[in-house]
Ligand binder design. Structure first.
Ligand code: COA
Length: 472
C-alpha cells in the first residue's frame, strides 16, 4: 500500500470510528421530533430570535440536537464523510438524490467551466481587497459573479411588480392565501421566458435565479474565496486546474501548491461537513432575501454576510486566536477557570441546537489530530484544544449541555493545511453555498415572503417638538 493509500484509509477509519462512537453514546437519547408534514397554521413555542419557530417544511437536511445527528437528504453525515465527495454531496442537496455516473460527469464539467470567473477576478483586482475583511471581499466577489454571468443588471431586465405581489408586506401571516409557487416560480426562475429577450441583452448571459446559477455559485464562490486569499497576500489570483477535484482545486487556487491526496481528502471532508445545517442564521438570511423574489446571487450574498459574525461562522477564526493566546496545554486550566468566572462565552463551544457533541466536531477533532502530529506548532495547538475540551466539558457538559461545536477543531485542520485564520470563515461559505442554494430553491416552490412581527413596547401619543425647543 502506498503512503497516499495509507493516509486516505486512515482518515476513512477515523471517520467511521467517530460515527460508531456517536451512535453508541447517544443511543439512549430521545428519538427525533419535528419530522411530520405541517398542517398550517402551526402552533409552536417561540423564543426570542424566533427560537423554536417553524417556518417551512424541508426534505433537504435534518439536525437532531439531542442525538447529535446531522442528515442530508436522508444520509448520515458520518457515511457521507467516509465515502462520498463534495461534488456528490452538493448535487445530492440540490437535486434530492445522488447523481448517476453520467450525471456526475456532466455536473463536474459544469463546475470546471464555472470555476473560471475571469471578469470577476479582474473586477476584484480593482478593489483594495488586501485591506478588506475576507468575508466582505467574498460578498463583493459574489456580486461580481452575478454581473459576469447573468443579465440581472441589464436595464431592460425588470421584475413585473404587479404580477409578483402575492400579499401585502404588512399582512399578518396566514391572513391571505399564499400565492407562493405560481408567482415565485414565475418571477424568480422564469422571467426570461415570460419577457421578450431584448436585443441588447447578451444571449450568453443567464438568469440570476435558476439551477445554472446554483452550479455557477457552487463552483465560483470557491474561486472568489481563493482569489481573496491570493489578493490579500499581494499575489495574483490563479487559474483553476481542470484536472483537480473541487476540494483539490480550491486548495490549489488558494495556496498555489498542488495538494497531496491527504490534504485534498481532508478539505473534501471539511466541505461535506459544512454544506448544510438546518435553518441556521445564514441559511435563514439567504431564504429571507429569496422570499422577496430578489435573486440567488443576492441571497447567497446575504448568507455570506450573516455567516461572518462570531456567533456563527466567524467563531472558527476566533478559536484559533484563542488557542494561540493560551499558548500551551498547561495554561488551559487557569484560562478556562478565569473565563467561566467572568462569564465569558468560550469560542468553539455550545450550540443553539446541539445539546450533545456536535457530530462535525467528532469528525474534525480526530482529523486535526492526524494532521497535527506531523507539525510541531499545530500539535501544540491541538494538545491545547484537547485539554480545553476536557476542562470545558467537565465544567459545562452535564450542567449546561455545552460541548465542542464545528468551529472548535476546523481552525486547527485549516491551519495544518497552510491556510491563514482570516480565510477560515470564507471556507465555511464556500461549502455552505450548496445548502443555501438548495434551501432557497426548495423554499421557492411554496414561497411566502418572510414577515414575522415584533411586539411594540414603545410610546404612543408623543407630540412633535421643534428642534430649538427640545430640552437636551
Ligand atoms: N462558553 C461558556 N458558556 C456558554 C457558552 C460558551 N461557548 N455557550 C453557552 N454558554 C452558556 C451561557 O452562558 C448560558 O449560561 P446561563 O444559562 O448561565 O446564562 C447557557 O450556556 C445558554 O447559553 P445561550 O447563549 O442561551 O445559548 P444559545 O443556544 O443561545 O447559544 C451559541 C448558542 C452558539 C450562540 C453560544 O453557545 C455561543 O456563543 N458559543 C460561542 C460562539 C461559537 O462557538 N459559535 C459557533 C456556533 S456553531
Amino acid at each position: 500500500m502506498t503512503k497516499k493509500d495509507t493516509d486516505i484509509k486512515a482518515i476513512q477509519k477515523l471517520v467511521i470510528e467517530a460515527g460508531k462512537k456517536a451512535r453508541k453514546e447517544t443511543k439512549g437519547e430521545p428519538e427525533p421530533g419535528l419530522t411530520k408534514p405541517i398542517k398550517w397554521p402551526v402552533e409552536c413555542l417561540v423564543g426570542p430570535g424566533l427560537e423554536g419557530a417553524i417556518a417551512c417544511e424541508t426534505k433537504i437536511g435534518y439536525v437532531n440536537g439531542t442525538k447529535g445527528w446531522l442528515i442530508y437528504r436522508g444520509y448520515d453525515i458520518f457515511d457521507l464523510c467516509a465515502y462520498s465527495t463534495y461534488e456528490e454531496v452538493s448535487y445530492l442537496l440540490l437535486h434530492g438524490e445522488f447523481p448517476s455516473k453520467s450525471q456526475l460527469a456532466s455536473y463536474k464539467e459544469k463546475l470546471v467551466k464555472y470555476r473560471s470567473i475571469n471578469d470577476t477576478k479582474r473586477y476584484m483586482m480593482g478593489f483594495p481587497i488586501e485591506r478588506m475583511d475576507a468575508m466582505s471581499a467574498l460578498r463583493l466577489g459574489t456580486n461580481m459573479m452575478r454581473q459576469e454571468f447573468t443579465y440581472a443588471d441589464q436595464h431592460l431586465y425588470k421584475a413585473d411588480v404587479g404580477k409578483i405581489i402575492s400579499s401585502d408586506e404588512d399582512s399578518i401571516p396566514m391572513e391571505t392565501v399564499p400565492m407562493g409557487e405560481e408567482k415565485a416560480i414565475y418571477e424568480f426562475k422564469e422571467r426570461r421566458k415570460k419577457r421578450r429577450t431584448p436585443e441588447d441583452i447578451d444571449p450568453t448571459l443567464q438568469s440570476p435565479c435558476g439551477i445554472e446559477s446554483c452550479y455557477h455559485l457552487i463552483a465560483g464562490v470557491a474561486s472568489v474565496a481563493a482569489a481573496v486569499a491570493r489578493l490579500k497576500q499581494g499575489r495574483l489570483p490563479l487559474e483553476p486546474d481542470p484536472e483537480l477535484s473541487h476540494a483539490g482545486n480550491f486548495l490549489y487556487m488558494m495556496t498555489g501548491k498542488r495538494p497531496t491526496p491527504l490534504q485534498e481528502r481532508i478539505m473534501d471532508i471539511s466541505l461535506i461537513l459544512h454544506a448544510d445545517h438546518g435553518m441556521n442564521a445564514s441559511t435563514f438570511a439567504a431564504m429571507v432575501v429569496a422570499s422577496t423574489l430578489s435573486d440567488i446571487y443576492l441571497s447567497v450574498g446575504s448568507g455570506i454576510a450573516a455567516l461572518k459574525g462570531p456567533l456563527h461562522g466567524g467563531a472558527n477564526e476566533q478559536v484559533l486566536y484563542m488557542l494561540e493566546d493560551i499558548g500551551k496545554p498547561e495554561y488551559v486550566s487557569t484560562w478556562v477557570k478565569r473565563s467561566l468566572k467572568e462569564k465569558q462565552k468560550i469560542m468553539g463551544f455550545g450550540h443553539r441546537v446541539y445539546k450533545s457533541y456536535d457530530p462535525r466536531a467528532r469528525v474534525l477533532g480526530p482529523l486535526a489530530g492526524y494532521l497535527a502530529k506531523k507539525d510541531k506548532e499545530n500539535n501544540t495547538l491541538f494538545k491545547t484544544a484537547r485539554k480545553m475540551e476536557k476542562e470545558v466539558v467537565s465544567a459545562l457538559g452535564e450542567k449546561k449541555h455545552i460541548f465542542p461545536n464545528v468551529d472548535f477543531y476546523s481552525g486547527i485542520v485549516y491551519s495544518c493545511l497552510g491556510i491563514r485564520p482570516e480565510l477560515f470563515t470564507p471556507i465555511f461559505a464556500v461549502s455552505r453555498v450548496a445548502g443555501w442554494t438548495a434551501r432557497v430553491l426548495e423554499y421557492l416552490q411554496h414561497n411566502r415572503i418572510f414577515r414575522p412581527r415584533a411586539m411594540y413596547t414603545g410610546q404612543f401619543d408623543e407630540k412633535y417638538v421643534p428642534i430649538n425647543k427640545r430640552k437636551k
